[in-house]
Design a protein around this ligand. Structure first.
Ligand SMILES: C[S@@+](CC[C@H](N)C(=O)[O-])C[C@H]1O[C@@H](n2cnc3c(N)ncnc32)[C@H](O)[C@@H]1O
Length: 335
């Protein structure tokens, strides 16, 4: 990865997005999508009713040519798109439930998935149940491909703008990811996968009638969306396959935790909880963990020792390495 190339690409894309935003009078994210679609569509600016004007079109297309001569690799494209989206998220004060999953966490998912792949030679099928802008899914897909795996990925999200960003970014990276714009709690058109993942939205799911179809549903109030999404995602996982979900660290202490535990004991095994470093979160209340569950099957059994580990930091490579070693040791004696 070449930092100078990334800086140049960021600055060129930032300029063209700002120009489009100004000339089309749109939000940052709509201009971002327009820009990415232009690039994919032969690096030509789409003109409707003589907007943008010819001079702007020429300026933007010149920048597109400079950008294409950089010859960005997939992961370089992703870095650039992530930086631009982070900038846009600040500019448009995106709500926490819509924010992209940063690299630091994406790489942890890559490590965990690689450790848990059951058949190293077969294509690995992955479903992101809350794909958002697609950064987590694309981090996983790109990096597992770089490690030599064939990946077949799908993502679902209820928000059309976020999913359009994911679609245009995967087109920029020439990834063929299947994306579905819908509520993930409705039936999905996805064949069984090896891994379900998600950086889950936190809050209540408003459709009680739908929620009632799930073991985790609450009779007293709206059910937690993250409980329902995990339960739903795991129904699309092959027997013995895994689910890796990012969710609030207090998930076993809430009022609805007993409902979640019913599901955990019945359809999946709770194999591990990785508490993420405090440094990543503004308050104790916002801390998150990665939950590892495994679907019942011929091979899967409850780990003798559930992995309960707190990652002290992601800033010190030796501490991260210690964690990797701990995980590998746990896996070889428990799964
Ligand atoms: C934290 S974001 C995911 C970020 C994503 N991993 C990324 O890297 O961009 C959570 C996502 O859950 C989505 N979401 C919330 N409720 C949903 C539902 N019922 N079905 C599908 N997606 C939902 C939101 O639209 C949001 O994009």
């Amino acid at each position: 990865m070449n930092p100078e190339k990334i800086e140049t690409a960021f600055s060129l894309m930032n300029q063209t997005i700002e120009l489009l935003q100004q000339k089309l009078d749109t939000s940052f994210f709509d201009a971002y999508i327009e820009n990415a679609e232009n690039l994919v569509d032969g690096a030509k600016v789409r003109v409707i009713d003589q907007t943008p004007d010819q001079e702007t079109v020429a300026k933007i297309e010149q920048s597109y040519q400079e950008l294409l001569t950089l010859g960005l690799e997939k992961e370089e494209w992703r870095k650039v798109t992530q930086l631009l989206l982070l900038k846009g998220s600040k500019q448009e004060t995106l709500q926490p439930n819509h924010q992209l999953t940063p690299d630091s966490l994406g790489f942890l998912f890559v490590f965990l998935i690689e450790q848990l792949i059951l058949d190293k030679k077969a294509p690995v099928r992955i479903l992101d149940i809350a794909a958002g802008m697609g950064n987590l899914l694309l981090t996983i897909v790109n990096n597992l491909q770089l490690a030599g795996y064939t990946i077949d990925a799908s993502g679902v999200d209820v928000d059309d703008t976020l999913l359009a960003i994911a679609a245009s970014d995967s087109a920029l990276m020439e990834e063929t990811i299947q994306l579905f714009h819908q509520d993930s709690l409705q039936d999905l058109l996805v064949d069984p996968v090896d891994f379900a993942i998600g950086d889950l939205p936190v809050g209540f799911y408003p459709n009680d009638e739908k929620a009632r179809q799930f073991l985790t549903s609450s009779e007293k109030e709206h059910t937690y969306a993250h409980h329902l999404l995990m339960e739903q995602a795991m129904t699309y996982v092959k027997n013995d396959g895994f689910g890796l979900f990012l969710l609030p660290s207090n998930f076993l202490e809430t009022e609805q935790a007993p409902l979640l535990q019913q599901w955990l004991g019945k359809e999946v095994f709770l194999q591990g909880i990785i508490q993420l470093p405090d440094e990543l979160f503004k308050s104790e209340h916002s801390r998150k963990s990665i939950l590892i569950v495994q679907k019942n099957g011929d091979v899967a059994q409850q780990a003798e020792k559930v992995l309960l580990v707190k990652l002290p930091t992601l800033k010190d490579p030796s501490k991260v390495k210690d964690f990797f070693k701990k995980f590998e040791d746990w896996k070889s004696s428990n799964l």
